[in-house]
Design a protein around this ligand. Structure first.
Ligand code: HEC
Length: 264
């Protein structure tokens, strides 16, 4: 009997790494080092700037905007190939989220100078502690008129994208028609950072599992992540065909997930 148990344990020990079964008590995570080092530096800098600017703005939506930027800042650090200072950025991101959620965003007016000096509170890689659901992240992708964050002018390559000015509309346009050489050149600088941002939203979304149909939720959010990484890589290579294909795959993930979970 003893012997059998021993064989069984040994079997599990060998199989576990192959099947990437997490060790006891460990949750599977969506974190992968997909953001290249230079993109990571750029995205992180922009997030910190956004938090600082919003904190100083006194806008009525500043708190919600900081809260969602904070979880993205944490998400970047969890999904990058960069190695330095990741825990520091997360400690700062968690602090920003906490301040915003308790109505103290004025504390973040000099946020860039505080990064690296803030002590971590709790497990900063538990992203469900930064915001209460996926709502604020999803809202970012709306058109600017509906409260979304809008897209960089370089990405408004069609007249209708100037009006709609949003991530959702941009992904729809990219999935609808292959980019011309001229438009490909126009978007090639700003599309990779945007696509990595959407990939991180996918990875973060994965962690906010609903009570029902958990497996579907995980599949759709990971498809959103992986197709967005493919979009970033295709756009960095100026591969119009690859951009079309990956944008289509991203769009399906949005539509599939919404058809099961939105307004439910
Ligand atoms: C894993 C599931 C999932 C995926 C993938 C997903 N969404 Fe959502 N989305 C939701 C849910 C659920 C809601 C309803 C609001 C909420 O609880 O977040 C929503 C709401 C939205 C909203 C409306 C926000 C509001 O306040 O009503 C927008 C815009 C949106 N999603 C855009 C997108 C886009 C664009 C994609 C793909 C790039 C996408 N979503 C992918 C689950 C998902």
């Amino acid at each position: 009997m003893k012997h059998l148990a021993c064989i069984a344990l040994f079997g599990i020990a060998i199989l576990a790494p192959l099947a990437t079964i997490p060790a006891a008590g460990e949750k599977p995570t969506p974190w992968r080092p997909f953001i290249p080092v230079d993109s990571y530096a750029n995205l992180t800098k922009r997030s910190i700037q956004t938090i600082e600017t919003k904190a100083a703005s006194g806008d009525k939506n500043a708190e919600a905007r900081i809260e969602v930027e904070a979880i993205l800042l944490a998400g970047y650090s969890l999904n990058t190939a960069a190695k330095n200072g990741l825990a520091d950025y997360r400690a700062a991101a968690r602090y920003a989220a906490d301040m915003a959620r308790s109505g103290k965003s004025k504390e973040l007016v000099m946020f860039s100078q505080r990064v690296g000096k803030i002590k971590a509170v709790g497990d900063t890689s538990d992203v469900t502690k930064y915001t209460k659901g996926t709502d604020l992240m999803m809202k970012l992708m709306f058109s600017k008129a509906k409260g979304g964050e809008g897209i960089h002018p370089d990405l408004q390559y069609l007249p209708k994208l100037k009006n709609l000015n949003g991530i959702e509309a941009l992904l729809g346009a990219l999935a609808n028609k292959k980019l011309s050489d001229e438009n490909l050149a126009k978007v090639s600088k700003e599309l990779p950072p945007l696509a990595y941002r959407v990939a991180v939203i996918g990875a973060l979304t994965h962690e906010f599992t609903p009570k029902k149909d958990v497996e579907k939720w995980r599949d759709y959010s990971l498809t959103m992540r992986d197709a967005s990484v493919a979009l970033a890589e295709a756009s960095a290579k100026k591969d119009a065909e690859g951009i079309l294909k990956s944008a289509l795959a991203i769009e399906s993930s949005c539509i599939d997930c919404h058809s099961v979970f939105k307004n439910k």
